[in-house]
Design a protein around this ligand. Structure first.
Ligand SMILES: *[C@@H]1O[C@H](CO)[C@@H](O)[C@H](O)[C@H]1NC(C)=O
Ligand SMILES: *[C@@H]1O[C@H](CO)[C@@H](O)[C@H](O)[C@H]1NC(C)=O
Ligand SMILES: *[C@@H]1O[C@H](CO)[C@@H](O)[C@H](O)[C@H]1NC(C)=O
Ligand SMILES: *[C@@H]1O[C@H](CO)[C@@H](O)[C@H](O)[C@H]1NC(C)=O
Ligand SMILES: *[C@@H]1O[C@H](CO)[C@@H](O)[C@H](O)[C@H]1NC(C)=O
Ligand SMILES: *[C@@H]1O[C@H](CO)[C@@H](O)[C@H](O)[C@H]1NC(C)=O
Ligand SMILES: *[C@@H]1O[C@H](CO)[C@@H](O)[C@H](O)[C@H]1NC(C)=O
Length: 783
């Protein structure tokens, strides 16, 4: 009886088994079919197997449904279905139901795990098939397009990334494929370590511990490889797809006799497991792991590199310093570096080569822009700190820009890409742009390097050079006010295309002023030569120029004596810098009230260096056969003979001083009692000991008489006929401060005795017109 019973069970079992496996190949389950613990499906090439297993050292012998490689030892499980819900015994059954859903059932037929499915077709044409790639798919029997399967294990990866598997996102359905470690070596439940494509900013591959702590950043795709790794080779091909539909990384092993998978380990770095069809012993590919691999090992804004002894070293990027220098010096680098200077649109960029680009999670990108456009966008944005190409192939394309902090940058010796880091012009050193090279001159060594500002930036800043932003017309063309995106105000001097004559002066100005730095000189911020336009960009002076105040009935009230005295000495300081203290010795040649600009505090800044000339060594005087300057400010030896020297500037300065004191314009003024210009009038009052009367009437109540008289005296000394009778500017500075005794002045230059009309007035009817406009004029003197 018992024997019969056993026989029956045995036969029943055979029948059941037979019906269950009817007409199926070894790699496939049809609808209604199942495998139970102990049975497996094997892919057609015999390499991959799906079935039940116990994790090796688990004492409980819990059972899991999984996929593993057959041709390798030890057991190499690459996917687990019921990783969170193990079976307690060997009663598990995997079944494909009528709806094409894979079900893992336990001894009481309750579902332990099931495949999610998008199609609910009920025509029983589905099959579940284990492919040679290791992908377990459910699809319609006749469907040959792999991408149109109903369900696939590759969409739900475990801890292993295999050849041909996508790591990333289906953006249309929102499905994310990422790998996550096991909880421990024998517990396949989801652990804390994950490697995924992070979609913040420009997509990049990142290994996380928990939801937000980054362990390692493989980085964004640069067209050849992920930023932190070498590119493809003959054995390995890598791709990264990023379009509206999907974004993923995928690798392919090209040699079918080599097997290699990436396995995330529960407590440590990922392992590259590999074996070959000849040697079936699995090995761990040694990784060249170094400390620079650790995410942000050097903190923010620094570059990690490995020295010859395999030791890491961190270096702040140019323009940055350690946040805490003591700990930094002790090689505690994690707090990183901070900027030393505010970002400015006059910044330049320093190129770092062969680097792993920074964390892109707070980046902005455009695949369409080129590197130059990228730089302009970065420069225009008040928080952009670096840019790079997205794709480094074929000379580079695309634009990636970073904001705020640059994280996790490392230096490689053999791969990596170029990164352009924003630095202030003073940090730039060799990487600076040569403005003058674009101004059609051959760049000379000593030519100055000035930040080039893109025309589109200026168009935006000046509202396309709208007339409402026009500040005035200079000798070379119009000047516009502009407002940069970050709010900074600028003045744009646009060289008019017609003025062929101006170009030389323009270049001159660039070459000279770019080297000058003084609080009483207007600062040149950049230049722009583009689209046939040539422009200089200066700091904006909200209070216009000196002439606007001192010669205006109303505005003159805003400049009380203290301010005027401050302006008088400020101009002297600026001039002292030009004549003595700058590396070059510079004669301005066109000092006048309209070239003295006033900043928000009404401090003076000398501007307009178009006519300036450098002097070398002990040179004190030079000649020109092109006398350029402005009537009323030119000393006699220059107007007559073309001689100029530091003392010509001193003469012009003297005129300005007397104009500031009196509020009267030298050329427009005529002494009511005599045919005197302002200089003659001042001389007459001085010699009659009535110097105080020269002072602008609006100031007479609240001046310091001794200062006024001293200024008149200095002014007169400066406008002496003979250059050698004029003090040099360093003496002027001392005299103004009362630190030097003042000699007695003599009759000034261009002082014409009673009843003789000044020659210049009669010789030209034009010059008043020019002077009132404050324009420099050029007179060719026959020699
Ligand atoms: C299982 O235990 C053996 C012996 O204790 C050990 O050598 C092996 O590494 C363990 N395997 C795993 C996966 O923990
Ligand atoms: C489980 O389901 C199968 C097929 O539907 C059935 O033959 C079997 O009797 C069920 N077993 C239990 C314990 O319900
Ligand atoms: C199964 O049914 C679906 C819709 O009901 C149909 O589109 C498909 O062609 C059917 N497949 C077969 C093999 O008949
Ligand atoms: C992950 O984070 C946990 C908790 O902070 C920590 O104990 C563990 O060491 C970390 N693992 C790695 C690989 O960094
Ligand atoms: C810089 O660009 C970012 C991203 O496009 C934007 O959010 C930010 O407002 C920009 N900042 C400025 C000052 O333009
Ligand atoms: C600026 O003005 C010029 C000429 O007035 C015109 O050709 C150009 O299209 C304008 N550009 C913009 C950006 O408005
Ligand atoms: C000078 O400019 C500043 C800033 O624009 C302004 O506040 C001030 O009123 C100006 N001073 C005069 C006298 O116009």
């Amino acid at each position: 009886m018992l024997h019969n019973m056993k026989m029956l069970l045995f036969i029943w079992f055979l029948i059941f088994s037979y019906t269950a496996r009817i007409s199926t190949s070894l790699d496939t389950l049809a609808v209604g079919e199942s495998i139970k613990d102990g049975e497996t499906l094997v892919s057609s090439n015999g390499i991959i197997e799906v079935g039940f297993f116990s994790s090796q050292n688990s004492t409980q012998r819990l059972r899991y449904l999984g996929i593993w490689y057959r041709n390798v030892s030890p057991l190499t499980v690459v996917w687990v279905a019921n990783n969170e819900k193990p079976l307690q015994d060997k009663s598990g059954v995997l079944r494909l139901n009528e709806k094409g859903i894979l079900l893992l059932l336990n001894d009481v037929n309750s579902t332990i795990w099931s495949s999610k499915i998008s199609s609910l077709e009920e025509n029983s044409t589905q099959i579940a098939q284990l492919l040679d790639s290791g992908n377990f798919v459910v699809k319609n029997r006749r469907e040959t397009d792999q991408d149109r399967c109903l369900w696939q294990s590759f969409d739900y990866p475990g801890d292993t990334l295999m050849s041909g598997m996508k790591l990333g996102w289906d953006l249309e359905t929102g499905l994310e494929r990422y790998i996550s470690s096991w909880k421990s070596v024998d517990n396949p439940a989801k652990g804390e370590i994950t490697t995924r494509v992070d979609l913040r900013g420009y997509p990049q591959v990142i290994m996380f511990n928990g939801s937000s702590h980054i362990i390692f950043r493989s980085g964004p795709w640069n067209g050849q490889s992920l930023a932190g790794s070498p590119g493809s080779n003959s054995a390995l091909s890598q791709i990264f797809v990023f379009n509206e539909k999907e974004v993923y990384y995928e690798y392919q092993i090209l040699d079918s006799s080599i097997f290699s998978v990436l396995k995330l380990m529960p407590y440590g770095p990922a392992q590259n497991l590999f074996w070959t069809s000849q040697s079936r012993n699995r090995q761990v590919l040694p990784t060249s792991a170094d400390e620079c691999q650790i995410y942000a090992f050097c903190g923010a804004n620094s570059v990690c590199s490995i020295d010859g002894n395999n030791h890491p070293n961190c270096e702040c990027m140019k323009g940055y310093v350690p946040k805490f220098s003591e700990e930094w010096n002790l090689a505690f680098w994690s707090n990183g570096c901070i900027r030393t200077k505010e970002l400015s649109y006059t910044d330049g960029f320093l190129k770092y080569t062969l680097v792993k680009v920074p964390d892109t999670s707070s980046s902005w990108f455009s695949k369409k822009l080129n590197l130059e456009e990228c730089q302009n966008i970065c420069l225009r944005n008040g928080s952009c700190v670096a840019y790079a190409n997205i794709d480094i192939r074929n000379g580079g394309s695309g634009c990636l820009i970073w904001f705020n902090n640059l994280m996790d940058v490392r230096k490689f010796s053999k791969w990596g890409q170029d990164l352009y880091v924003r630095v202030s012009p003073s940090e730039l050193g060799v990487a600076r742009k040569f403005c003058c090279s674009i101004c059609n001159t051959k760049p000379r060594k000593e030519d100055l390097d000035l930040t080039t500002i893109d025309l589109s930036v200026l168009v935006k800043a000046t509202d396309n050079f709208s007339s409402s932003n026009k500040l005035g017309e200079g000798g070379f063309g119009p000047v516009y006010k502009g407002t940069m995106v970050d709010g900074q105000e600028i003045a744009v001097k646009r060289l008019s295309k017609k003025s062929g004559q101006g170009l030389q002066e323009f270049k001159n100005e660039v070459a000279l002023i770019a080297k000058l730095q003084h609080r009483n000189l207007v600062k040149l911020l950049g230049c722009c030569t583009q689209g046939g336009e040539t422009m200089l960009i200066y700091e904006y002076m909200p209070n216009k120029s000196l002439d606007y105040f001192i010669f205006d009935e109303i505005e003159r009230m805003s400049l009380d004596w203290t301010k005027r005295f401050n302006i008088i000495s400020g101009i002297a300081w600026g001039l002292l810098y030009l004549h003595r203290d700058s590396r070059l010795r510079i004669v301005h040649r066109d000092l006048k009230a309209s070239n003295i600009l006033l900043d928000a505090n009404l401090d003076p800044k000398i501007s307009d260096f178009g006519l300036a000339r450098t002097f070398f060594g002990d040179q004190v005087e030079a000649n020109t056969n092109r006398v350029a300057g402005t009537y009323g400010y030119m000393p006699p030896e220059y107007a007559d003979r073309g001689h100029f020297s530091m003392k010509s500037d001193v003469f012009s300065y003297g005129v300005i001083v007397l104009e500031i004191v009196s509020g009267k314009k030298n050329t427009k003024f005529s002494d009511p009692e005599y045919y005197h210009n302002l200089l003659g009038y001042a001389w007459r009052l001085w010699s009659e000991e009535r110097a105080l009367e020269l002072l602008d009437e609006s100031l007479r109540q609240q001046c310091t008489p001794s200062e006024v008289i001293r200024c008149v005296q200095v002014g007169l000394l400066c406008v002496q006929q003979r250059p050698e009778d004029r003090p040099d500017i360093s003496s002027v500075v001392l005299m103004l401060n009362g630190e030097k005794l003042l000699p007695k002045p003599n009759v000034p230059g261009f002082y014409i005795e009673n009843n003789v009309k000044p020659e210049l007035d009669s010789s030209s009817t034009d010059h008043n017109l020019f002077s009132t406009n404050g324009i420099s004029i050029t007179v060719l003197v026959a020699r």
